[in-house]
Design a protein around this ligand. Structure first.
Ligand code: ASP
Length: 441
């Protein structure tokens, strides 16, 4: 397997995982075998990736900022990033809305299917938990998100994977203060973080050695825990609408990548494909972040000064796949339950889906929580919320896997475009886990 490119190895792992999962669903006790003996290897892999996320963000962001030499450059990068992130998200939501209005997947759903889905999921723990979580998030003050961004304890923030924005806030503060004390005085700290950064990237390489086996475990588990295939079929039109929209988003990214960077889109897709495959397998852009950073920096050639800021921020606030899905799902539910939507409602969806995708956590299933908020913003009756979510619950996991690919691809594309626009897109410089192995063997 040595010569095979990483993305091929991961793909092979995925295919075998799916086949193994299918086989196990048909064997007595197969599902619990996968749960007990296979799934843990996938879980360990995801934990390893999350383990290095905070050190990687801190080290690479400090390095990125202190390499800048002047702060105005950072403002420039920050401003461009935010504008492009909001722009791509609005495009995603608009594509979603256009498709769902043209295809109308909710119109064809029979009463019988609605009843079946409602009976199966409306009162299930999963749906009720999403509604409860959405209510919790909604009852906070309007500026709460700003308050939440500022940590009151840097160490505690770094100890919490969910506090990514707090870590970014602290690190930017640290990096800028390092610039302000001058190069000479900040050198020891800079050298420390430079070295930490190299080490953590090496850890990514080492962890990725197990990726083909880990995706096998992750996908086998997804297959054995998936729902009744009949229900999946009933929601086929809806699922295809979401997937169609996501594919259009890839086309959109490739066009803007070509126009703004002149890079070959297929070359780019191939370079970031391991990150995309992991996004699909883990359903989490946060867990994928270390790999996205490694691919974009070493294999695409984006300078750390850009990627170290654009990617972690993107993983937290830029979720184009999620916002597209929220637009399609909200309108689908309204169509299926005969809730009329005005043009104004659709505009409200654009705005709330934009805010919701910024607020969604980069973890599996987060998009569905925010969907509740989108539905409530258009006046969807709260007593029907559980029924609405029940309609789409069966296919949430596979669609989550697909939309997470888009979330990650969007971040990678935007970081490359921003890098090009500030003259920070250089030559790729891939490193292997064993570059210095001979010296220490
Ligand atoms: N799983 C998605 C992510 O991590 C979020 C979501 O759409 O649920 O990017």
């Amino acid at each position: 397997m040595k010569k095979l490119a990483l993305h091929w190895k991961i793909l092979i792992g995925m295919v075998f995982g799916i086949l193994f999962g299918l086989l196990m669903t048909n064997i007595d006790g197969g599902s619990s075998f996968v749960g007990d003996w296979i799934k843990p290897f996938g879980t360990i892999f995801v934990k390893l990736l999350k383990l290095i996320a905070v050190p990687l963000i801190v080290a690479s962001l400090v390095k990125g900022i202190s390499d800048l030499k002047d702060i105005s450059k950072f403002k420039n990068i920050g401003f461009r990033t935010m504008v492009i992130y909001v722009g791509t998200t609005v495009v995603a939501i608009t594509i979603g809305l256009l498709l769902v209005n043209v295809v109308q997947p909710g119109e064809g759903i029979s009463e019988e299917t609605i009843t079946r889905l409602t009976e199966t999921y409306a009162n299930s723990g999963g749906v009720q938990a999403k509604i409860a979580e959405a209510n919790k998030q909604q009852s906070t003050a309007p500026l709460q998100f700003l308050i939440d961004m500022v940590p009151d304890n840097a160490v505690k923030a770094m100890g919490n994977n969910k506090a990514m924005l707090q870590v970014i806030f602290f690190t930017i503060f640290l990096g800028i203060s390092m610039l302000l004390i001058g190069e000479k005085k900040s050198k020891p700290l800079k050298d420390f973080f430079d070295s930490l950064n190299e080490v953590v990237l090496k850890m990514v390489d080492i962890i990725m050695l197990s990726a083909p086996y880990a995706v096998f475990a992750l996908l086998a588990n997804v297959v054995v825990s998936s729902n009744d295939p009949d229900l999946l079929l009933a929601l086929l039109k809806y699922s295809l609408t979401v997937v169609g929209g996501l594919v259009l988003m890839i086309v959109f990214y490739m066009i803007i990548l070509r126009v703004f960077t002149k890079k070959n889109p297929f070359w780019f897709l191939q370079k970031i494909s391991p990150a995309q495959l992991l996004a699909f397998s883990t359903s989490s852009s946060a867990a994928t972040l270390p790999v996205t950073m490694e691919r974009v920096e070493e294999h695409v050639g984006v300078d750390k000064e850009v990627s170290s800021f654009v990617l972690p921020v993107g993983a937290t606030i830029n979720m184009d796949g999620t916002s597209l899905y929220q637009a399609v799902a909200a309108v689908f539910i309204a169509q299926a339950l005969s809730f009329d939507l005005t043009f104004g409602d659709q505009l409200t969806i654009i705005l709330t889906a934009l805010l919701a995708s910024i607020g969604s956590a980069a973890v599996p299933g987060a998009g569905m929580v925010m969907l509740v908020i989108v539905l409530e913003s258009i006046g969807f009756p709260s007593d029907k919320l559980a029924i609405g979510l029940a309609l789409i619950f069966a296919v949430d996991r596979p669609l989550d896997m697909c939309r997470t690919i888009i979330n990650v691809t969007g971040d990678a594309t935007v970081s490359t475009i921003v890098a090009k626009s500030v003259g920070k897109l250089g030559k790729p410089n891939p490193k292997n886990w064993d570059d210095h192995y001979e010296d220490v063997k």
